[in-house]
Design a protein around this ligand. Structure first.
Ligand SMILES: Cc1cc2nc3c(=O)[nH]c(=O)nc-3n(C[C@H](O)[C@H](O)[C@H](O)COP(=O)(O)O)c2cc1C
Length: 362
């Protein structure tokens, strides 16, 4: 059951071991069952119109979707976004989705490893390398937590799950709605700079559903970050998720800010324009979305909510079937755009709609 405001007050502090575990379970339950997506704002990927080619001069069999990423090669430019860890249910979800990602040869991210800091024995709710030996695995920690940790402790979190890179997530909007959430966001840029200099592995700056604009990108460029998971507006809203589990006062703020954020398509363009490598995420729901994101310059198309819902509803088979449809959609768009590879798709002729132009032209 998802929590409601009629539930009795819960004992303990939101950030102690039990508080973190309960929050993780709440997040999974709420995202599985409730309406947690933007209501009005869209990704604006629908305003990316790839030009139709009536004479593609390509066959399905000659498409090459292989994609290099953090030292490994993917079979296709997809990723399962970091979602969870720190609870028994999370362990199952991570292991099932990581095994699917291994089977199809795409990247996989775990959710925030904060719970491991409080209780290191929870490592096995994140550790999936045994079922995913060949794919890029992405570790995950919040920039606010990372700011308070020495680099060697952060590296230990990454090594504990044998990850290839670290996603450092930025989630001020979520924290401001969450009871007991962080309220002090100073030191983020310096934390990225320190990690880029000292971690010894790729550092991915990752939003969590509100996207990135030119100002954030300029800060990340200054810090030396090269890869940005844009997690833009138009998909899962973490303001919304926290509003659904907040006390009445914070619920009102959550409702007010439900639509806050930079749409995914605009976030990809801002990232690419600055010469950084975008991972597209936030509201991608099918292969056509993935194709449009890659056309805008994204290296990978990443999805969270659709994989969670598929695995919760029908286990690994349903997640695999969902992925199969997404891959099929991407291949269809590539043929119809005359693109044999993702790199060719990034150069394919397109037209952009007026709302997207509004977000990208000063
Ligand atoms: C249940 C759930 C838990 C999540 N937990 C995390 C997390 O711990 N760390 C993180 O960086 N992002 C987290 N996210 C955000 C996703 O990685 C992604 O950026 C966001 O949901 C937008 O993608 P979507 O619209 O495909 O869901 C979570 C998403 C879901 C659905």
């Amino acid at each position: 059951m998802s929590p409601s405001n009629n539930d009795p007050p819960r004992p303990g502090h939101p950030n102690d071991e039990e508080g973190i575990r309960r929050r993780k379970v709440d997040h999974i339950d709420i995202c599985t069952r409730e309406q947690v997506e933007y209501r009005l704002k869209t990704t604006l990927l629908e305003e990316v119109h790839l030009m139709h080619r009536s004479l593609p001069e390509l066959s399905m069999g000659e498409l090459d979707l292989s994609t290099p990423f953090v030292g490994r090669t993917l079979k296709a430019p997809f990723c399962v976004s970091g979602m969870t860890g720190g609870a028994e249910q999370a362990r199952r979800i991570n292991r099932q989705l990581a095994a699917v990602a291994q089977e199809v040869g795409v990247a996989f991210g775990v959710g925030s490893q904060r719970a491991m800091l409080v209780d290191p024995s929870l490592v096995d709710t994140y550790a999936v390398r045994d079922v995913a030996p060949d794919i890029p695995l992405l570790a995950n920690i919040g920039v606010v937590q990372a700011a308070r940790m020495p680099t060697r402790a952060i590296r230990a979190l990454v090594d504990a799950i044998d990850a290839d890179a670290l996603c450092v997530h930025m989630n001020p909007a979520q924290e401001l709605i969450q009871a007991g959430g962080d309220r002090d966001f100073r030191g983020g840029v310096d934390t990225f700079k320190r990690l880029v200099d000292e971690l010894g592995l790729p550092v991915i700056a990752k939003e969590t559903g509100c996207g990135v604009g030119p100002e954030t990108i300029a800060q990340l460029v200054g810090a030396g970050v090269e890869i940005v998971d844009v997690s833009g507006a138009g998909g899962t809203t973490w303001v919304g998720v926290e509003a659904l589990r907040a006390d009445p006062a914070r619920q009102i703020i959550g409702e007010d800010f439900w639509e806050w954020g930079v749409p995914t398509a605009a976030s990809i363009i801002h990232t690419r324009r600055a010469g950084l490598i975008p991972i597209a995420s936030g509201g991608l729901r099918d292969g056509h979305d993935a194709a449009r994101a890659i056309a805008l310059g994204a290296r990978l198309a990443s999805m969270a909510l659709p994989f969670l819902r598929a695995v919760q509803a029908g286990g690994p088979e349903a997640a695999l079937a969902f992925y199969g449809r997404a891959l099929d959609g991407l291949k269809t768009a590539m043929i119809l755009s005359g693109a044999r590879t993702p790199a060719a798709l990034a150069l394919a002729p397109r037209r952009l709609g007026p709302n997207l132009r509004l977000w990208i032209d000063p």
